[in-house]
Design a protein around this ligand. Structure first.
Ligand code: ACO
Length: 331
């Protein structure tokens, strides 16, 4: 008999800022075209937070929707994990700011940084506390305002990203349901392919770092692309095997939404038909840690994911990091 409690997602929510930035508008800002962006990435538009809006504001809205969807109150939450690379500030953590905003007085709170893999890292960490009986309800949020750390003069990066937040509430579910297996991984030796170099203890903020654009995202796109295709397929396969299932058993896949060509290549390697794969990057671009939970929330609300479905979540990101979870949907 399994001595651990079964853990699943009992509520989801998401929120994106109202302001849309289309490829056509970007044509006026940098040397790019709608055609290039669409054919090379699949992205048509993205949402951008205004100057007054920080990551915690998006996270708070997504969290409130997820808690309501779970049929809980903020006071029922024992722990808040916010996955982000764009926290409001170094400290206090964005999770502590969300805790205050939603009034989750009894919750512990911390941020987790695994870039675009952050939400899958977050639910995998949260799962441990519930399956061991330590906590009952955990709120995991992936939230980003990447627009604040993009160089809007660098066409290699600024066309790719968008802002948003997605949240999920983890709790005990019926036996045989919930998170069946997860895999997490990292390759720190390849971390230089995707960085925000300055603003930490290695290169503290100075006039010089600002002048040299060192607070912006820097990326070797083609190296990240090659890594992403390989690791998405590998980690989704590994998590599926760890759950005792086969790729054919997967009813729906929610991949990280970075580039349609990465998603299609990974699906091909896994032999999964694209009609089983959720894609919304055309509307939002890459929202880093928010991509998977926003897509998951949309797929649940659109009725694409129902009780008994086997759902595969898979992501890759800066670090470099990756993660995949297989969930038997319980709601
Ligand atoms: N508009 C027009 N031309 C462009 C643009 C643009 N926005 N961006 C790059 N180009 C040019 C390049 O300068 C290059 O020109 P050159 O040949 O004269 O040098 C040409 O297009 C082709 O560049 P490639 O890098 O070969 O283009 P590619 O097809 O590889 O697409 C892309 C680039 C979209 C960045 C792709 O490599 C990619 O998606 N990589 C993965 C990125 C990613 O997923 N990052 C996020 C990781 S997750 C996280 O943690 C944040």
């Amino acid at each position: 008999m399994n001595k651990f409690l079964p853990v699943g997602i009992i509520g989801t929510g998401s929120y994106v800022p109202e302001k849309e930035l289309t490829n056509l508008e970007l044509e006026k800002m940098v040397d790019t075209t709608d055609e290039w962006i669409k054919t090379r990435t699949g992205i048509s538009k993205r949402r951008i937070a205004d100057a007054e809006t920080a990551t915690s504001d998006l996270a708070t809205k997504a969290a409130q929707i997820a808690i309501k969807d779970a049929g809980l109150l903020p006071e029922d939450i024992d722990l808040i994990i916010v996955a982000t690379v764009t926290p409001d500030m170094s400290f206090p953590s964005t999770a502590c700011i969300v805790q205050k905003n939603i009034g989750a007085k009894k919750a512990a709170a911390f941020d987790l940084e695994a870039a675009c893999s952050g939400f899958i890292y977050g639910i995998t960490v949260g799962e441990q506390f519930i399956k061991s009986g330590i906590y009952k309800n955990i709120l995991v949020i992936g939230a980003e305002t990447l627009s604040k750390i993009l160089n809007w003069k660098d066409r290699n990066t600024c066309v790719l990203f968008g802002d948003g937040a997605g949240a999920a509430v983890l709790s005990q579910v019926d036996e045989g349901y919930g998170m069946l297996a997860s895999t997490l991984g990292a390759d720190g030796a390849s971390g230089d392919y995707l960085t925000q170099p300055a603003g930490g203890s290695r290169i503290p903020a100075s006039l010089e770092t600002v002048e040299n654009n060192l607070h912006y995202v820097q990326m070797d796109g083609s190296e990240v692309f090659k890594f992403a295709v390989r690791i998405m397929a590998k980690s989704a396969l590994q998590a599926t095997e760890n759950s005792g299932l086969k790729i054919e058993d997967i009813d729906y896949m929610i991949p990280h939404q970075a580039n349609i060509r990465i998603i299609e290549s990974a699906a091909k390697r896994l032999n999964i038909s694209m009609d089983k794969v959720y894609v919304n990057l055309n509307n939002y671009g890459n929202m880093s840690a928010a991509s998977v939970p926003v897509a998951l929330d949309e797929a649940v609300r659109n009725g694409k994911i129902k009780r008994d479905d086997i759902v595969s979540l898979v992501a890759f990101g800066g670090g470099l990091t990756w993660g995949s979870s297989i969930i038997k949907w319980a709601k």
